[in-house]
Design a protein around this ligand. Structure first.
Ligand SMILES: Cc1cc2nc3c(=O)[nH]c(=O)nc-3n(C[C@H](O)[C@H](O)[C@H](O)COP(=O)(O)OP(=O)(O)OC[C@H]3O[C@@H](n4cnc5c(N)ncnc54)[C@H](O)[C@@H]3O)c2cc1C
Length: 138
């Protein structure tokens, strides 16, 4: 985005592109902090407490993070394709593709992360029932 021009205009000057990038960057920052917190509560910090009876694995926070991170990856991949344009459909490691084709593989592979390890709908159910105390709906 820093170096690419479209129709003689730098992409970095396009307000729509800038807005999209700012939103994605903000989401990435928030997600990164949430991920660190979940790791601390469940892993690094949790290990010291796991022998204790009152230790509660952070299942709701883990589901929130899994849901957010994988759905975010899809949004990021979609934005890469939108911003970089038609050349992004070229396969990964294609020298003259934008970002050497990384957008294309990311676009395909991020979808499966919303399924593996428990689909997004399952994560939402965990958050709704365990986190928000909502009733079973199935
Ligand atoms: C890339 C990848 C890697 C994987 N790696 C492993 C691995 O290493 N080890 C392993 O054990 N498994 C692995 N899996 C399997 C994975 O854990 C399951 O695919 C995943 O948990 C979803 O289960 P399912 O395929 O049975 O889908 P289903 O549970 O049958 O879901 C099908 C659809 O129905 C929806 N759905 C299901 N139940 C509900 C519900 N109660 N409420 C609302 N919606 C619902 C789902 O969201 C989904 O859209 C992998 C899957 C993928 C895609």
């Amino acid at each position: 985005m820093r170096d690419t021009e479209r129709d003689g205009e730098a992409l970095r000057d396009d307000p729509v592109v800038r807005s999209k990038m700012a939103n994605l960057h903000t989401e990435a920052e928030g997600g990164s902090r949430h991920g660190a917190q979940v790791r601390h509560r469940g892993g690094e910090g949790g290990e010291r407490r796991q022998g204790r009876k009152d230790f509660q694995p952070p299942t709701v926070a883990a589901s929130e993070y899994k849901l957010f991170a994988t759905e975010y990856s899809v949004r990021l991949a979609n934005a890469s394709m939108d911003i970089a344009g038609p050349g992004t459909q070229m396969r990964v490691r294609t020298d003259d593709a934008p970002m050497e084709g990384r957008a294309e593989s990311t676009y395909r592979y991020t979808v499966i992360d919303t399924i593996g390890g428990g689909a997004s709908e399952i994560q939402r159910n965990i958050i709704a029932r365990r986190g928000l105390g909502l009733p079973k709906n199935f």
